[in-house]
Design a protein around this ligand. Structure first.
Ligand SMILES: [Zn+2]
Length: 149
């Protein structure tokens, strides 16, 4: 997996994408496994030299400033070096490390979601028909706005 900063101003965002064909199911795991995001956050804390304790978060390397090559820096993120600061993400990662991910599909049951998706299928698209009919896991519900013809 890789991430890239995209957009500017209020439209800034992080784009996460798979780097291997077919992927290893990482994005899917992050959405579907309740503990996966917390695991990622705990790993990120470690990379940033922080240790998660019952009583809070301990800095294992106080001499490391904002970032170093043993932590956040890499040759791939040279342009962002002045924006990287492990102390800025410490508390957010701490919260995420205790989080659970819950998949929500606008309050619909699986069957209701499937029916809703079937209504959105473009009848000219064999791929869409096959995609909804043949999947064990349903595609994301936010693909089109509610009530879209
Ligand atoms: Zn460091």
């Amino acid at each position: 997996m890789a991430a890239e900063s995209i957009g500017q101003g209020s439209h800034r965002a992080l784009l996460f994408y798979k780097t291997a064909e077919g992927g290893a199911g990482v994005l899917q795991r992050l959405v579907e496994e309740p503990e996966a995001m917390a695991e990622v956050a705990r790993a990120a804390l470690e990379i940033c030299h922080f240790q998660l304790l019952e009583a809070g978060i301990q800095d294992l390397r106080p001499k490391c400033g904002a970032a170093c090559y043993e932590g956040l820096l890499s040759y791939a993120n040279q342009r962002e070096v002045l924006q990287l600061d492990r102390h800025q993400i410490r508390n957010l990662l701490g919260k995420l490390a205790h989080s659970r991910t819950e998949l929500r599909r606008l309050g619909r049951s699986r069957q209701e979601q499937l029916e809703w998706l079937r209504q959105l299928i473009d009848p000219r698209s064999h791929l869409e028909r096959r995609g909804v009919a043949g999947r064990r896991r349903l595609p994301p519900s936010q693909r089109r706005p509610e009530g879209h013809p």
